[in-house]
Ligand binder design. Structure first.
Ligand code: SAH
Ligand code: DHB
Ligand code: MG
Length: 216
């Protein structure tokens, strides 16, 4: 285990302390054969705390996978809160639904199955969301950011995952995921309605990072 992973294990076991319900989601997601690319427990708890600090009552997530980040976020909601999460793969949505039901969270979670760019327009008339977690196909990150702004209110929080990807974000001729991330980074830095930062992370998921923005 790398020293980064050891430190993460140390901090995660002493500070983050994911309970059995959360650990079960990671285990069941892997056992179902889904990719093991969910956020770390430390990042999941960071998302939960952000949602709590910002008093979020309505959360929109893009990219559900097995529902691990969804569960952290949903736990921050008040009883009458709502989380909508968009997932392209029906099989992922099915695994997530089972995981979130087992964790007692399906009373506040709705999974929208389909390509997010096809299902997001359904939310155009909905009440604004307080917090967004964008973590799906990176090529569409610019479009997802624009949707988040559209579905927000001043003060809404946006988190965009995986903005570093082992440093590949530096390559202007990188693959389409890199291109999407670079375009999103440019939007974060220049959008008239966003004020943002981006932080690098190391740990069990290697070297990566996320961006955090507030809607003006
Ligand atoms: N947020 C999850 C991990 C998401 S992984 C967690 O941390 O626990 C990215 C997910 O985005 C995958 O499940 C993938 O199927 C989904 N995805 C890919 N393209 C998508 C699209 N166009 N619309 C919605 N979801 C998409
Ligand atoms: C990948 C996607 C993610 O959302 C992530 O957190 C890590 C890796 C990927 O597509 O490889
Ligand atoms: Mg991610």
């Amino acid at each position: 285990m790398s020293q980064w992973e050891q430190v993460e294990e140390y901090l995660s076991s002493r500070v983050v302390r994911p309970d059995d319900q959360l650990k079960a989601i990671v285990a069941a997601t892997g056992a179902a054969g889904l990719p093991t690319i969910e956020v770390t427990a430390a990042q999941g708890k960071f998302l939960m705390l952000l949602a709590r600090i910002s008093g979020a009552r309505r959360i929109l997530e893009i990219g559900t996978l097995g529902g691990f980040s969804t569960a952290w976020l949903a736990r921050a909601l008040p009883d009458d809160g709502e989380l909508i999460t968009c997932e392209y793969e029906p099989r992922h949505a099915e695994v997530a639904r089972a995981n979130l039901a087992a964790a007692g969270l399906m009373d506040r979670v709705t999974i929208q199955v389909g390509a997010a760019l096809d299902t997001l327009p359904d939310l155009a008339e909905a009440e604004p969301f307080d917090l967004f977690f964008i973590d799906a196909d990176k090529v569409n990150n610019p479009a997802y950011l624009e949707w988040a702004v559209k579905l927000s209110r001043p003060g809404s929080v946006i988190v965009l995952d995986n903005v570093v990807r082992g440093g590949t974000v530096l390559d202007p001729r990188g693959d389409e995921a890199v291109q999407g991330t670079r375009a999103a980074v440019d939007i974060l830095g220049s959008h008239p309605r966003l004020d943002a930062t981006a932080l690098q992370t190391v740990g069990s998921k290697g070297w990566d990072g996320f961006a955090l923005a507030v809607v003006l």
